[in-house]
Design a protein around this ligand. Structure first.
Ligand code: GLV
Ligand code: MN
Ligand code: MN
Length: 399
């Protein structure tokens, strides 16, 4: 019976990013497809019935699809240059939990389902939790299918190329309605468990969070031949907005605002950019704080653009309100596992499902506290404890 760490070792070579470090496993690209194949093979080897949905999510049922089911899973895609554990740890722990239950001769009375969600990170098409969002009806298929990646490929085209018929994208009427409870295991993306000196935790809440795109437009021109006073350089307001984001977030209670992605066009060393796209990731405890912060930044962006003779347009690309995980379920999980509760600032498919289905989350200690970067880590013994805890939850819920 392979341990979670051994299962992770099985896929360690897939999608390594030699330039950025870590892993770049983007949805429906060859390495993510290889991971999907690996999951299907692992599920099939365990006698599970594999049933893809119309959104690129993969369900694997034990023993077969049925109502009142208990589901667990996570995602296999990553951010650019991400860590090894964010997503895959939840998937390998689900497989390992099934192994543990089978080894003791357990037979689920309620069906069990393992699930791999597509494009949780939004690393290719920009919208996080796209697979779970489409399946729950939170994201409209008309909008999602037209999203384009950096090379101009649409989600519909990428799905088709991956053998997923985009005609079937949209609310899942096959697997999701059968799920009575969902639990996602995830590497912790902070040091809450390190501080508490505990290997496992139970999620209490997720910050409200969203993504906004700002497009600053100026006049592309020659870097040497254009006097400073004659410029309309969109890089100026864009770069000033980066520090404004930090300053603004600091005035709110435990809020975060980040610019991790910026794209000047045409992007030449001796060229004043014609336009700059900048993405803002903003998170806070409440809808009011998150939106308040973004409104302030929109206002500042406008003023900064005008000062440089530029224009700015902003648009919301995704938004998810604060999630407070189901209270009775949290109490049950903390009691069952003797684990502490902790909040998170990271988004998850479990957060999307929580609006529809009683949902819980388990966190596994991350000694570095770093995530979305190659330093993300979990000790093999903690991964074992996580899979064992997940088996405990599935055993309890499915009997
Ligand atoms: C996903 O990990 C997110 O929080 O952006
Ligand atoms: Mn992530
Ligand atoms: Mn994740």
């Amino acid at each position: 019976m392979p341990s979670p760490s051994e299962l992770l070792a099985d896929i360690r070579r897939v999608g390594r990013d030699r330039e950025r470090g870590g892993y770049s496993r983007h949805v429906f690209e060859h390495c993510e497809l290889e991971l999907r194949e690996w999951f299907v093979e692992q599920a099939t080897r365990r006698g599970l019935e594999v049933l893809p949905d119309g959104n690129g999510n993969i369900w694997a049922w034990w023993p077969a699809p049925g109502d009142g089911a208990v589901a667990t899973g996570s995602h296999l895609d990553s951010v650019p240059g991400g860590g090894e554990f964010d997503g895959p740890l939840g998937v390998v722990s689900a497989l390992s939990a099934v192994d543990r239950l089978r080894a003791e001769g357990f037979r689920p009375r309620r069906p069990l389902a393992l699930v791999v969600f597509a494009e949780e990170e939004g690393g290719r098409f920009g919208i996080p939790c796209l697979g779970s969002g489409l399946a729950t009806g939170t994201v409209a298929p008309e909008r999602a299918l037209g999203l384009r990646d950096e090379s101009g490929t649409s989600l519909a085209e990428a799905m088709r190329a991956a053998g997923v018929d985009p005609e079937h994208a949209g609310p899942d009427r096959t697997s999701l309605p059968r799920i009575a409870r969902f639990v996602e295991l995830h590497v912790e993306q902070g040091r809450g468990l390190v501080h508490r000196q505990r290997p496992l935790g139970v999620a209490s809440s997720i910050l409200a969070h969203g993504r906004w795109r700002f497009r600053f437009t100026g006049q592309g021109n020659h870097a040497g031949a254009t006097p400073l006073d004659d410029r309309r350089d969109p890089m100026l307001p864009a770069s000033l907005l980066v520090s404004e984001a930090r300053r603004t977030a600091a005035r709110y209670d435990d809020a975060r605002a980040t610019v991790g992605r910026i794209r000047p066009v045409p992007s030449g060393t001796n060229v004043i950019a014609a336009s700059v796209d900048l993405w803002l990731d903003a998170r806070a405890h409440s809808d009011a704080d998150t939106r308040g912060m973004v409104e302030e930044l929109r206002y500042r962006a406008e003023a900064l653009a005008v000062e440089e003779g530029c224009e700015v347009l902003s648009s919301e690309e995704s938004y998810s309100d604060t999630v407070s995980f189901d209270g009775p379920l949290r109490d049950e999980l903390t009691g069952m596992l003797a684990a502490p509760e902790l909040p998170t600032g990271a988004g998850h498919d479990a957060g999307v499902l929580a609006a529809r289905i009683p949902t819980g989350m388990l966190f596994v200690r991350n000694p570095t506290g770093v995530s979305h970067a190659p330093e993300e880590y979990a000790e093999p013994a903690d991964c074992d404890a996580g899979a064992e805890a997940l088996a405990t939850v599935l055993r309890r819920w499915s009997r």
